[in-house]
Ligand binder design. Structure first.
Ligand code: NAD
Length: 438
Protein backbone atom coordinates (compact mmCIF):
# COMPACT_ATOMS: atom_id res chain seq x y z
CA UNK A 1 0.00 0.00 0.00
CA UNK A 2 1.36 3.47 -0.83
CA UNK A 3 0.15 7.01 -0.19
CA UNK A 4 -1.29 7.25 -3.72
CA UNK A 5 -3.81 4.52 -2.87
CA UNK A 6 -5.68 6.98 -0.65
CA UNK A 7 -8.16 9.67 -1.66
CA UNK A 8 -7.27 13.35 -1.50
CA UNK A 9 -8.94 15.16 1.43
CA UNK A 10 -10.43 18.66 1.44
CA UNK A 11 -7.08 20.01 2.65
CA UNK A 12 -5.38 18.59 -0.45
CA UNK A 13 -3.55 15.82 1.38
CA UNK A 14 -3.84 12.14 0.47
CA UNK A 15 -5.11 10.33 3.55
CA UNK A 16 -6.62 6.99 4.57
CA UNK A 17 -8.74 8.82 7.15
CA UNK A 18 -11.28 11.60 6.55
CA UNK A 19 -10.46 15.17 7.49
CA UNK A 20 -10.92 15.95 11.18
CA UNK A 21 -11.24 19.24 13.05
CA UNK A 22 -9.18 19.10 16.24
CA UNK A 23 -5.78 17.63 16.93
CA UNK A 24 -7.54 15.18 19.25
CA UNK A 25 -9.93 14.04 16.51
CA UNK A 26 -6.94 13.48 14.22
CA UNK A 27 -5.22 11.44 16.95
CA UNK A 28 -8.32 9.32 17.53
CA UNK A 29 -8.78 8.70 13.81
CA UNK A 30 -5.12 7.65 13.64
CA UNK A 31 -5.48 5.31 16.63
CA UNK A 32 -8.59 3.73 15.08
CA UNK A 33 -6.84 3.35 11.72
CA UNK A 34 -3.93 1.54 13.41
CA UNK A 35 -6.37 -0.72 15.28
CA UNK A 36 -8.25 -1.50 12.04
CA UNK A 37 -4.97 -2.51 10.39
CA UNK A 38 -4.14 -4.80 13.32
CA UNK A 39 -7.67 -6.27 13.36
CA UNK A 40 -7.37 -7.05 9.65
CA UNK A 41 -3.95 -8.64 10.11
CA UNK A 42 -5.15 -10.73 13.06
CA UNK A 43 -8.45 -11.66 11.41
CA UNK A 44 -10.51 -10.33 14.35
CA UNK A 45 -14.25 -10.50 13.86
CA UNK A 46 -16.28 -7.28 13.57
CA UNK A 47 -17.70 -7.51 17.08
CA UNK A 48 -14.29 -7.84 18.72
CA UNK A 49 -12.93 -5.04 16.53
CA UNK A 50 -15.83 -2.77 17.51
CA UNK A 51 -15.38 -3.55 21.20
CA UNK A 52 -11.66 -2.72 21.03
CA UNK A 53 -12.36 0.50 19.11
CA UNK A 54 -14.71 1.74 21.84
CA UNK A 55 -13.63 2.99 25.27
CA UNK A 56 -15.08 1.13 28.24
CA UNK A 57 -15.81 4.28 30.26
CA UNK A 58 -15.48 8.01 29.58
CA UNK A 59 -16.16 10.72 32.13
CA UNK A 60 -16.25 14.42 31.28
CA UNK A 61 -16.26 16.82 34.22
CA UNK A 62 -16.50 20.56 34.78
CA UNK A 63 -13.75 21.91 36.98
CA UNK A 64 -14.55 25.26 38.59
CA UNK A 65 -11.41 27.10 39.60
CA UNK A 66 -11.07 30.24 41.73
CA UNK A 67 -8.37 32.50 40.22
CA UNK A 68 -6.11 34.61 42.45
CA UNK A 69 -8.08 37.78 41.59
CA UNK A 70 -11.31 36.16 42.83
CA UNK A 71 -12.77 35.33 39.40
CA UNK A 72 -14.38 31.94 38.92
CA UNK A 73 -13.46 30.03 35.75
CA UNK A 74 -14.73 26.67 34.61
CA UNK A 75 -12.51 24.31 32.61
CA UNK A 76 -13.28 20.89 31.21
CA UNK A 77 -11.58 17.66 32.24
CA UNK A 78 -11.85 14.04 31.10
CA UNK A 79 -10.86 10.57 32.25
CA UNK A 80 -11.18 7.71 29.79
CA UNK A 81 -10.70 4.04 30.60
CA UNK A 82 -10.28 2.37 27.25
CA UNK A 83 -9.92 -1.26 28.28
CA UNK A 84 -9.92 -3.22 31.54
CA UNK A 85 -9.61 -6.80 30.29
CA UNK A 86 -6.02 -7.37 31.51
CA UNK A 87 -6.09 -5.48 34.80
CA UNK A 88 -6.74 -2.04 36.27
CA UNK A 89 -6.61 0.99 33.99
CA UNK A 90 -3.36 2.94 33.80
CA UNK A 91 -2.46 6.21 32.13
CA UNK A 92 -1.23 9.75 32.52
CA UNK A 93 -3.03 13.01 33.15
CA UNK A 94 -2.38 15.85 30.72
CA UNK A 95 -2.83 19.56 31.40
CA UNK A 96 -2.89 21.30 28.01
CA UNK A 97 -5.25 23.95 26.59
CA UNK A 98 -6.03 21.91 23.44
CA UNK A 99 -6.80 18.62 25.15
CA UNK A 100 -10.27 17.22 24.45
CA UNK A 101 -12.23 13.99 24.84
CA UNK A 102 -11.10 12.66 21.45
CA UNK A 103 -7.41 13.17 22.28
CA UNK A 104 -7.77 11.56 25.71
CA UNK A 105 -9.59 8.60 24.11
CA UNK A 106 -6.80 8.11 21.55
CA UNK A 107 -4.14 8.29 24.25
CA UNK A 108 -6.08 5.79 26.41
CA UNK A 109 -6.33 3.37 23.48
CA UNK A 110 -2.57 3.56 22.83
CA UNK A 111 -1.99 2.88 26.55
CA UNK A 112 -4.00 -0.36 26.27
CA UNK A 113 -1.83 -1.74 23.46
CA UNK A 114 1.37 -0.45 25.13
CA UNK A 115 0.71 -2.22 28.44
CA UNK A 116 -0.18 -5.44 26.64
CA UNK A 117 2.86 -5.19 24.37
CA UNK A 118 5.35 -4.88 27.23
CA UNK A 119 3.51 -7.49 29.26
CA UNK A 120 2.33 -5.53 32.30
CA UNK A 121 -1.10 -6.32 33.79
CA UNK A 122 -2.97 -3.11 33.02
CA UNK A 123 -5.60 -1.76 30.70
CA UNK A 124 -5.24 1.67 29.15
CA UNK A 125 -6.56 4.98 30.48
CA UNK A 126 -5.80 8.66 30.12
CA UNK A 127 -6.94 11.93 31.67
CA UNK A 128 -6.79 15.53 30.62
CA UNK A 129 -7.74 19.01 31.73
CA UNK A 130 -8.01 21.82 29.18
CA UNK A 131 -5.79 24.34 30.96
CA UNK A 132 -2.46 25.92 30.18
CA UNK A 133 -0.41 25.37 33.36
CA UNK A 134 1.98 28.16 32.29
CA UNK A 135 -0.83 30.70 32.84
CA UNK A 136 -1.75 29.50 36.36
CA UNK A 137 -0.08 30.23 39.68
CA UNK A 138 1.04 27.25 41.74
CA UNK A 139 -1.95 27.68 44.05
CA UNK A 140 -4.37 27.83 41.10
CA UNK A 141 -2.76 24.71 39.66
CA UNK A 142 -3.18 22.93 42.97
CA UNK A 143 -6.86 23.94 43.12
CA UNK A 144 -7.47 22.73 39.52
CA UNK A 145 -5.73 19.43 40.28
CA UNK A 146 -7.58 18.75 43.52
CA UNK A 147 -10.99 19.66 42.12
CA UNK A 148 -10.45 17.60 38.94
CA UNK A 149 -9.40 14.61 41.05
CA UNK A 150 -12.42 15.06 43.27
CA UNK A 151 -14.66 14.96 40.18
CA UNK A 152 -13.07 11.76 38.79
CA UNK A 153 -12.78 10.16 42.24
CA UNK A 154 -15.36 7.40 41.55
CA UNK A 155 -13.18 6.09 38.72
CA UNK A 156 -9.68 6.04 40.19
CA UNK A 157 -8.01 3.91 42.86
CA UNK A 158 -5.03 1.56 43.18
CA UNK A 159 -7.13 -1.43 42.10
CA UNK A 160 -9.19 0.46 39.50
CA UNK A 161 -7.31 3.16 37.64
CA UNK A 162 -3.89 4.60 38.43
CA UNK A 163 -2.95 8.02 36.97
CA UNK A 164 0.61 9.23 36.24
CA UNK A 165 2.26 12.38 34.85
CA UNK A 166 1.97 13.41 31.20
CA UNK A 167 2.29 16.71 29.33
CA UNK A 168 1.96 19.65 31.72
CA UNK A 169 1.89 17.58 34.93
CA UNK A 170 4.70 16.36 37.17
CA UNK A 171 5.66 14.84 40.53
CA UNK A 172 4.02 17.72 42.40
CA UNK A 173 0.73 17.13 40.56
CA UNK A 174 0.91 13.44 41.53
CA UNK A 175 1.56 14.38 45.17
CA UNK A 176 -1.60 16.57 45.20
CA UNK A 177 -3.60 13.75 43.60
CA UNK A 178 -2.34 11.25 46.16
CA UNK A 179 -3.18 13.65 48.98
CA UNK A 180 -6.68 14.44 47.66
CA UNK A 181 -7.50 10.77 47.19
CA UNK A 182 -6.06 9.85 50.60
CA UNK A 183 -7.97 12.65 52.36
CA UNK A 184 -11.20 11.25 50.91
CA UNK A 185 -10.27 7.67 51.83
CA UNK A 186 -9.27 8.65 55.37
CA UNK A 187 -5.83 7.02 55.16
CA UNK A 188 -2.74 7.27 52.93
CA UNK A 189 -3.04 5.51 49.58
CA UNK A 190 0.32 5.87 47.81
CA UNK A 191 -0.59 3.32 45.11
CA UNK A 192 -3.33 5.52 43.62
CA UNK A 193 -0.79 7.34 41.42
CA UNK A 194 2.68 6.69 40.04
CA UNK A 195 5.39 9.19 39.20
CA UNK A 196 5.15 10.50 42.78
CA UNK A 197 8.04 12.09 44.64
CA UNK A 198 10.18 9.39 46.29
CA UNK A 199 9.29 10.93 49.68
CA UNK A 200 5.71 9.68 49.09
CA UNK A 201 6.56 6.22 47.75
CA UNK A 202 7.69 7.16 44.24
CA UNK A 203 10.09 4.72 42.61
CA UNK A 204 13.75 5.39 42.07
CA UNK A 205 14.27 5.69 38.32
CA UNK A 206 10.70 6.76 37.46
CA UNK A 207 11.61 10.36 36.54
CA UNK A 208 13.97 9.23 33.79
CA UNK A 209 12.19 5.99 32.89
CA UNK A 210 10.49 7.04 29.65
CA UNK A 211 13.71 8.62 28.39
CA UNK A 212 15.76 5.58 29.42
CA UNK A 213 13.31 3.45 27.44
CA UNK A 214 13.76 5.74 24.43
CA UNK A 215 17.52 5.27 24.71
CA UNK A 216 17.15 1.47 24.97
CA UNK A 217 14.82 1.40 21.94
CA UNK A 218 17.18 3.61 19.93
CA UNK A 219 20.16 1.37 20.71
CA UNK A 220 18.19 -1.74 19.74
CA UNK A 221 17.28 -0.06 16.43
CA UNK A 222 20.93 0.87 15.84
CA UNK A 223 21.88 -2.74 16.38
CA UNK A 224 19.29 -3.85 13.81
CA UNK A 225 20.35 -1.23 11.26
CA UNK A 226 24.14 -1.27 11.66
CA UNK A 227 24.89 -4.56 13.34
CA UNK A 228 26.24 -2.69 16.36
CA UNK A 229 24.57 -1.26 19.43
CA UNK A 230 27.20 1.47 19.56
CA UNK A 231 25.79 4.82 18.47
CA UNK A 232 29.19 6.58 18.67
CA UNK A 233 28.95 9.87 16.78
CA UNK A 234 25.39 9.33 15.49
CA UNK A 235 23.61 12.69 15.18
CA UNK A 236 20.32 13.29 16.98
CA UNK A 237 17.57 15.94 16.92
CA UNK A 238 14.98 16.03 19.71
CA UNK A 239 11.63 17.83 19.47
CA UNK A 240 10.30 18.71 22.94
CA UNK A 241 12.57 19.36 25.90
CA UNK A 242 10.27 18.41 28.76
CA UNK A 243 10.30 15.40 31.06
CA UNK A 244 10.81 12.93 28.19
CA UNK A 245 12.80 14.93 25.62
CA UNK A 246 15.42 16.53 27.88
CA UNK A 247 16.50 13.27 29.51
CA UNK A 248 16.25 11.34 26.21
CA UNK A 249 18.74 13.87 24.80
CA UNK A 250 20.91 13.43 27.86
CA UNK A 251 20.89 9.63 27.81
CA UNK A 252 21.57 9.49 24.06
CA UNK A 253 24.48 11.91 24.53
CA UNK A 254 25.72 9.77 27.44
CA UNK A 255 25.63 6.73 25.12
CA UNK A 256 27.93 8.51 22.63
CA UNK A 257 25.48 10.24 20.27
CA UNK A 258 25.99 13.82 19.10
CA UNK A 259 22.79 15.73 19.96
CA UNK A 260 22.80 18.58 17.42
CA UNK A 261 19.34 20.16 17.84
CA UNK A 262 16.53 20.39 20.38
CA UNK A 263 13.34 22.40 20.64
CA UNK A 264 10.56 23.27 23.03
CA UNK A 265 7.48 25.44 22.71
CA UNK A 266 9.68 28.55 23.14
CA UNK A 267 12.03 27.81 20.23
CA UNK A 268 14.64 25.50 18.72
CA UNK A 269 18.44 25.57 18.78
CA UNK A 270 21.10 23.84 16.67
CA UNK A 271 24.83 23.25 16.93
CA UNK A 272 26.26 20.91 14.32
CA UNK A 273 29.34 20.02 16.36
CA UNK A 274 27.06 18.87 19.20
CA UNK A 275 25.20 20.54 22.04
CA UNK A 276 26.27 20.34 25.67
CA UNK A 277 23.00 18.75 26.81
CA UNK A 278 23.69 19.17 30.53
CA UNK A 279 24.37 22.90 30.05
CA UNK A 280 21.25 23.22 27.91
CA UNK A 281 19.14 21.51 30.60
CA UNK A 282 20.51 23.96 33.15
CA UNK A 283 19.66 26.89 30.82
CA UNK A 284 16.12 25.55 30.25
CA UNK A 285 15.62 24.99 33.99
CA UNK A 286 16.69 28.57 34.68
CA UNK A 287 14.87 30.40 31.86
CA UNK A 288 11.95 28.04 31.14
CA UNK A 289 13.07 27.33 27.55
CA UNK A 290 15.96 26.22 25.37
CA UNK A 291 15.41 29.48 23.46
CA UNK A 292 18.28 31.92 23.90
CA UNK A 293 20.88 29.28 24.76
CA UNK A 294 24.19 30.98 23.94
CA UNK A 295 26.33 28.15 22.55
CA UNK A 296 23.96 27.34 19.66
CA UNK A 297 22.15 28.97 16.74
CA UNK A 298 18.41 29.49 16.59
CA UNK A 299 16.39 27.23 14.29
CA UNK A 300 12.75 27.15 13.22
CA UNK A 301 10.45 24.50 14.72
CA UNK A 302 9.76 23.05 11.28
CA UNK A 303 13.42 22.87 10.27
CA UNK A 304 14.30 20.75 13.31
CA UNK A 305 12.14 17.91 12.01
CA UNK A 306 13.82 18.03 8.60
CA UNK A 307 17.48 18.16 9.70
CA UNK A 308 19.96 15.80 8.11
CA UNK A 309 20.51 13.66 11.22
CA UNK A 310 20.71 9.95 11.96
CA UNK A 311 17.98 9.95 14.60
CA UNK A 312 14.92 12.12 15.14
CA UNK A 313 13.17 11.87 18.53
CA UNK A 314 9.76 13.58 18.54
CA UNK A 315 9.03 14.07 22.26
CA UNK A 316 6.35 16.78 22.33
CA UNK A 317 2.81 16.21 21.01
CA UNK A 318 0.75 14.25 18.44
CA UNK A 319 0.55 14.85 14.72
CA UNK A 320 3.85 16.65 14.11
CA UNK A 321 5.18 14.42 11.30
CA UNK A 322 2.52 14.68 8.62
CA UNK A 323 2.05 14.10 4.90
CA UNK A 324 3.29 17.69 4.44
CA UNK A 325 6.72 17.34 6.03
CA UNK A 326 7.33 13.56 5.96
CA UNK A 327 8.83 13.66 2.43
CA UNK A 328 11.46 16.07 3.78
CA UNK A 329 12.37 14.07 6.92
CA UNK A 330 16.01 13.09 6.40
CA UNK A 331 16.60 11.13 9.61
CA UNK A 332 17.19 7.41 9.01
CA UNK A 333 15.58 6.49 12.31
CA UNK A 334 12.60 8.04 14.15
CA UNK A 335 12.19 7.00 17.80
CA UNK A 336 8.83 8.19 19.08
CA UNK A 337 9.19 9.57 22.61
CA UNK A 338 5.81 11.30 22.22
CA UNK A 339 2.50 9.51 21.75
CA UNK A 340 1.12 9.68 18.22
CA UNK A 341 3.67 12.09 16.68
CA UNK A 342 3.46 10.48 13.23
CA UNK A 343 0.20 10.49 11.27
CA UNK A 344 -0.80 7.35 9.31
CA UNK A 345 -0.20 9.21 6.03
CA UNK A 346 3.29 10.20 7.16
CA UNK A 347 3.96 6.62 8.27
CA UNK A 348 3.44 5.40 4.71
CA UNK A 349 5.73 8.08 3.29
CA UNK A 350 8.48 7.33 5.82
CA UNK A 351 8.22 3.60 5.10
CA UNK A 352 8.44 4.27 1.33
CA UNK A 353 11.54 6.37 1.95
CA UNK A 354 13.22 3.67 4.03
CA UNK A 355 12.99 5.56 7.34
CA UNK A 356 12.74 3.18 10.28
CA UNK A 357 10.17 4.25 12.90
CA UNK A 358 10.24 2.80 16.42
CA UNK A 359 6.59 3.41 17.36
CA UNK A 360 5.37 5.21 20.47
CA UNK A 361 3.74 2.18 22.11
CA UNK A 362 7.18 0.54 22.14
CA UNK A 363 9.66 3.44 22.27
CA UNK A 364 8.07 5.36 25.16
CA UNK A 365 6.88 2.34 27.17
CA UNK A 366 9.67 2.80 29.75
CA UNK A 367 7.46 5.25 31.64
CA UNK A 368 4.56 2.90 32.20
CA UNK A 369 6.94 0.02 32.91
CA UNK A 370 8.52 1.85 35.84
CA UNK A 371 5.09 3.16 36.87
CA UNK A 372 4.09 -0.50 37.13
CA UNK A 373 7.23 -1.22 39.17
CA UNK A 374 6.35 1.73 41.44
CA UNK A 375 2.82 0.37 41.95
CA UNK A 376 4.20 -3.10 42.73
CA UNK A 377 6.57 -1.57 45.33
CA UNK A 378 3.65 0.42 46.81
CA UNK A 379 1.44 -2.65 47.11
CA UNK A 380 4.29 -4.43 48.92
CA UNK A 381 5.17 -1.34 51.01
CA UNK A 382 8.76 -1.93 49.96
CA UNK A 383 11.25 -0.13 47.76
CA UNK A 384 13.87 -1.42 45.36
CA UNK A 385 17.28 0.01 44.51
CA UNK A 386 17.74 2.13 41.39
CA UNK A 387 19.79 -0.71 39.90
CA UNK A 388 17.04 -3.26 40.42
CA UNK A 389 14.44 -0.97 38.84
CA UNK A 390 16.65 -0.29 35.82
CA UNK A 391 17.43 -3.97 35.35
CA UNK A 392 13.72 -4.83 35.22
CA UNK A 393 12.99 -1.89 32.90
CA UNK A 394 15.75 -2.94 30.52
CA UNK A 395 14.56 -6.54 30.54
CA UNK A 396 10.94 -5.67 29.69
CA UNK A 397 11.93 -3.11 27.02
CA UNK A 398 14.41 -5.40 25.29
CA UNK A 399 12.01 -8.36 25.32
CA UNK A 400 9.25 -6.24 23.81
CA UNK A 401 11.59 -4.78 21.20
CA UNK A 402 12.77 -8.23 20.12
CA UNK A 403 9.23 -9.61 19.86
CA UNK A 404 8.20 -6.66 17.69
CA UNK A 405 11.31 -6.84 15.48
CA UNK A 406 10.87 -10.59 15.02
CA UNK A 407 7.23 -10.32 13.95
CA UNK A 408 7.98 -7.34 11.70
CA UNK A 409 10.86 -9.16 10.02
CA UNK A 410 8.97 -12.43 9.64
CA UNK A 411 5.75 -10.97 8.25
CA UNK A 412 7.05 -7.93 6.37
CA UNK A 413 5.36 -5.43 8.69
CA UNK A 414 6.54 -2.05 9.92
CA UNK A 415 7.54 -1.96 13.58
CA UNK A 416 4.32 -0.04 14.29
CA UNK A 417 2.14 -2.66 12.60
CA UNK A 418 3.95 -5.45 14.45
CA UNK A 419 3.73 -3.68 17.82
CA UNK A 420 0.00 -3.10 17.36
CA UNK A 421 -0.56 -6.68 16.21
CA UNK A 422 1.08 -8.03 19.38
CA UNK A 423 -0.65 -5.60 21.76
CA UNK A 424 -4.10 -5.94 20.18
CA UNK A 425 -3.87 -9.74 20.02
CA UNK A 426 -3.02 -9.96 23.74
CA UNK A 427 -6.02 -7.81 24.64
CA UNK A 428 -8.32 -9.76 22.31
CA UNK A 429 -7.04 -13.00 23.86
CA UNK A 430 -7.88 -11.71 27.35
CA UNK A 431 -11.43 -10.91 26.16
CA UNK A 432 -11.82 -14.35 24.61
CA UNK A 433 -10.62 -16.09 27.80
CA UNK A 434 -12.85 -14.03 30.10
CA UNK A 435 -15.92 -14.38 27.90
CA UNK A 436 -18.72 -11.86 27.84
CA UNK A 437 -20.78 -11.02 30.93
CA UNK A 438 -23.68 -11.74 31.23
P1 NAD B 1 6.23 17.82 29.19
O1 NAD B 1 5.10 18.72 29.41
O2 NAD B 1 7.18 17.55 30.31
O3 NAD B 1 7.11 18.31 27.94
C1 NAD B 1 6.55 18.62 26.69
C2 NAD B 1 7.61 19.38 25.91
O4 NAD B 1 7.15 19.59 24.58
C3 NAD B 1 7.90 20.76 26.48
O5 NAD B 1 9.31 21.01 26.41
C4 NAD B 1 7.16 21.69 25.52
O6 NAD B 1 7.72 23.00 25.49
C5 NAD B 1 7.39 20.96 24.23
N1 NAD B 1 6.52 21.35 23.14
C6 NAD B 1 5.18 21.53 23.13
N2 NAD B 1 4.77 21.91 21.90
C7 NAD B 1 5.89 21.94 21.12
C8 NAD B 1 6.14 22.25 19.77
N3 NAD B 1 5.14 22.59 18.93
N4 NAD B 1 7.40 22.18 19.30
C9 NAD B 1 8.43 21.84 20.10
N5 NAD B 1 8.24 21.53 21.40
C10 NAD B 1 6.99 21.58 21.91
O7 NAD B 1 5.61 16.44 28.66
P2 NAD B 1 6.31 15.00 28.65
O8 NAD B 1 5.84 14.26 29.85
O9 NAD B 1 7.76 15.14 28.35
O10 NAD B 1 5.54 14.34 27.41
C11 NAD B 1 5.98 14.52 26.06
C12 NAD B 1 5.36 13.43 25.20
O11 NAD B 1 5.78 12.14 25.70
C13 NAD B 1 3.83 13.38 25.18
O12 NAD B 1 3.41 12.93 23.92
C14 NAD B 1 3.50 12.34 26.23
O13 NAD B 1 2.22 11.77 26.06
C15 NAD B 1 4.62 11.35 25.96
N6 NAD B 1 4.92 10.43 27.07
C16 NAD B 1 5.25 10.89 28.29
C17 NAD B 1 5.55 10.01 29.30
C18 NAD B 1 5.99 10.45 30.67
O14 NAD B 1 6.39 9.59 31.47
N7 NAD B 1 5.97 11.73 30.98
C19 NAD B 1 5.49 8.62 29.06
C20 NAD B 1 5.17 8.17 27.78
C21 NAD B 1 4.89 9.09 26.78
Amino acid sequence: MTITDFPTTASGVRSPIPHRQTQGEHALAAARFQLAEAARFLGLDDGMHRMLATPRRSLTVSVPVRREDGRLEVVQGHRVQHNLSRGPAKGGIRFHPATDLAEVTALAMWMTWKCALVGIPYGGAKGGVAVDPATLTTRELERVTRRYVNEILPLIGPEKDIPAPDVGTDEQTMAWIMDTYSANAGYSVPGVVTGKPTALGGSLGRAGATSRGVQIAALEAFAAMNGSRSPEGATVAVQGFGKVGALAAQYLADAGCRVVAVSDVGGAVVRHTGLDVAALRAHAAETGSVHGYRDADPLSHGDLLELDVDVLVPAALEGVITADNAPRVRARLVVEGANGPTTPEADLILADNGVMVVPDILANAGGVIVSYLEWVQNTQAYSWSAGEVEMRLRDLMENAYRAVAELAGGRDLTLRQAAHAIGVERVAEAHRMRGLYP
